[in-house]
Design a protein. Structure first.
Length: 251
């Protein structure tokens, strides 16, 4: 499918594995000039070679750690230097943080830093030029609205939902959209640790997922690629689950 991309550029965090990798690959194969970001450079090199072998434009590789206090500013500056500008941000970095009720403030701070604060900071570093150019797309992978236990990442992602919705109203007239995607059980390195065998996956899916299976990263990446495209110009402020029907709320 032609998503209508022409000369757009994209910055994709968490691109070394799973959904981030699939999204970066899909964008690059649509002709988007892409900067791929993660801590593990070797995995980014593998992705770059895979994209080129499939006929896509070689992406810019940025090895980056999002924990240092100036990480967002440094990453934004390097992305602009490499790409010339950033039209699209796909926030895929982050991770689950299940915590005990008695967990420390430091544990909560770490989870909020990676799963909310850096997302907000990186977006705001790149937002002003988007407003000047009157075009931008921000797509963020978030988390469930039905937590089964205390998980600091879910709290952080709920903050992302509220922040994205508010900001989407501020920048809509600048032709900038912000949308969130809630992954269900999408196969990834992290999910693989919780469900190490196909039997484990199917046992969970039998009771919880109407489609009866886990999803593949590409099945979610297709939505991210669409939301980042010119075709999705009238979709903003949304939170969309991709979970095979697992989400139980009607609204």
């Amino acid at each position: 499918m032609n998503f209508g991309y022409t000369t757009q550029t994209a910055l994709v965090t968490g691109a070394s594995r799973g959904i981030g990798r699939a999204t970066a690959r899909g964008l690059a194969l649509q002709g988007v000039r892409t900067a791929i970001v993660a801590r593990r450079r070797a995995l980014l090199e593998d992705l770059s070679a895979e994209i080129v072998a499939a006929g896509g434009m070689r992406p810019e590789i940025i090895e980056a750690d999002l924990y240092p206090h100036d990480a967002a500013a440094r990453l934004a500056a390097e992305a602009v230097e490499r790409l010339g500008r950033v039209d699209i941000i796909v926030h895929s970095a982050g991770g689950s943080r299940p915590l005990a009720v008695e967990s420390s403030r430091e544990a909560w701070d770490e989870a909020m830093l990676l799963n909310f604060f850096r997302i907000r900071e990186l977006t705001h570093e790149l937002l002003a030029p988007m407003r000047e150019r009157q075009w931008g797309r921000i797509v963020t992978l978030t988390g469930t609205s039905e937590p089964r236990a205390v998980n600091a990442a879910f709290s952080a992602k709920a903050a992302v939902h509220a922040w994205s919705k508010g900001l989407s109203r501020e920048v809509a007239r600048d032709n900038i959209t912000l949308n969130c995607i809630q992954p269900g059980r999408i196969r990834s390195e992290q999910i693989g640790k919780r469900y190490p065998t196909l039997a484990d996956e199917l046992a969970f899916a039998k009771d919880e997922i109407p489609m009866g299976r886990f999803g593949d990263p590409e099945e979610l990446a297709n939505l991210a690629i669409f939301l980042a495209s010119p075709l999705a110009s009238y979709i903003t402020g949304t939170v969309i689950p991709v979970d095979g029907g697992m989400y139980r709320f009607a609204f």
